[in-house]
Design a protein around this ligand. Sequence first.
Ligand code: NAD
Ligand code: UGA
Length: 464
Amino acid sequence: MSGRQVETICCLGAGYVGGPTMAMIAAKCPHLQVTVADLNIQRIAAWNSAILPIYEPGLDPVVAGVRGRNLHFTTDIHGAIAAADLIFVSVGTPTKSYGIGTGRAADLRYIEAAARVIAEVSEGHKIIVEKSTIPVRTAGAVRTILEANTTSNATFEVLSNPEFLAEGTAIQDLESPDRILIGGGNTAAGKAAVEALVAVYANWVPRERILTTNLWSSELSKLVANAFLAQRISSINSISALCEKTGADVDEVAHAIGMDSRIGPRFLKSSIGFGGSCFQKDLLNLVYLCESFGLPEVAKYWNQVLRINDWQKSRFVGKIVRAMFNTINGKRIGILGFAFKKDTNDTRESPAIRVCRDLLHERAHLAIYDPQVDPNIIYQELLGDGVAPTILESNMEICSDPYAAANKSHALVALTEWDEFQTLDMGRIYELMLKPAFVFDGRDILPAEDLKGHGFEVFTIGKG
Ligand code: NAD
Ligand code: UGA
């Protein structure tokens, strides 16, 4: 570190956030050396290969432009920490699956392990940046662990810099973020650390979009942003059910309310429910925090967002079973899409998992097609919760195209809004399917009017 300027950056965690974020920093800051370090040998090997470990539009050229120049991927965690002025911690913070707070609290073991290894290896002054999404006040715990475990004269300043990118649009979100949020301490050292990180982002983000706050506001804002986004989806999904009862059209309602500038048009697309690695876990985390701080009414309010999300998925399966004469036992059902949204190969908490498992519980035979998700991942995601390997072996197959999924199927169920589903030859699909040919569109992605013209029985969420 020369004066207050950062020269070398390291990031612990080469996942969906660490990889793309560091690639963007390296691309925008050619004067900085950026190293991404991970324990996972296969993941690092993939980042160093021609086929990156995550599918994200626009990511490949960014990585190709900087890898080996000022962006490096390594498993040498100690070496990367030792060389860095500033260390991003971008490890997973999943929901705890054991002990106190099980199923709700954030599991901070990876954060703590990262802090301990940083303390062990560091010398001199280091800026530690929480990039992972964590419960409010985690920076205090990180600082305590660092200071209690350093064996040298190392000094640390801990900052919060949550990430707001969405998968599928990560590159544009990183290139032109709505805001960069940096929380830091109020001491002279704290302010200097904040300025050093501001200077990194200022290489491409306009200064007025770089927001600095105290540590706790920054940590909490990340959870609250995800909670508000998820709440909009549950709100419109709750209204989709009322639309189906009344003949109103949920898209028309969303459009009408979204034109009110106080409401705004985005994140009002009704669906089978939100998925992804973060909304559910961050809401659970927020609910748990509220309970821990003695605020049960606030906890209940946010928990309802999750309950509507679960209800929406089971409601969708209920529609399928009822429409198909109350039995799907032995019926072949083509599934279009398994990722939690388009333009990603990520399946974490995908609503498709719950829908497919429930269809398997009804003893349907699933023919699944997704353009990006690895078949082994689909298999692993469906296993469990009453779905045994024998069920998957007899009642689930992976198809290499949508037409194969539709072939001799009783129904076609769209679960991810991949663009390619908009241009399917629905006439050909109708010919391939058994009759009556049902379509259940959980994403409003298939051409509904066109479908009816071909003779399909169509159900779309929120359309009476
Ligand atoms: P991920 O699971 O894809 O990646 C985390 C990586 O950290 C893994 O590869 C793991 O091997 C590695 N790791 C764990 N401990 C380590 C250690 N001590 N040293 C080095 N590497 C270690 O997770 P992700 O999706 O990138 O999410 C990371 C964090 O960012 C989470 O807190 C998440 O909530 C948050 N976040 C995610 C997104 C998203 O779109 N996925 C967006 C914003 C924020
Ligand atoms: C979300 C947030 O949008 C990011 O800002 C945040 O950084 C990230 O979580 C995180 O913390 O991990 P992501 O989960 O990648 O990003 O994707 P979104 O675009 O938010 O979609 C989440 C889910 O909601 C998807 O299943 C999507 O299909 C669904 N969705 C989204 C709807 O059903 N309707 C909508 O109108 C929008």
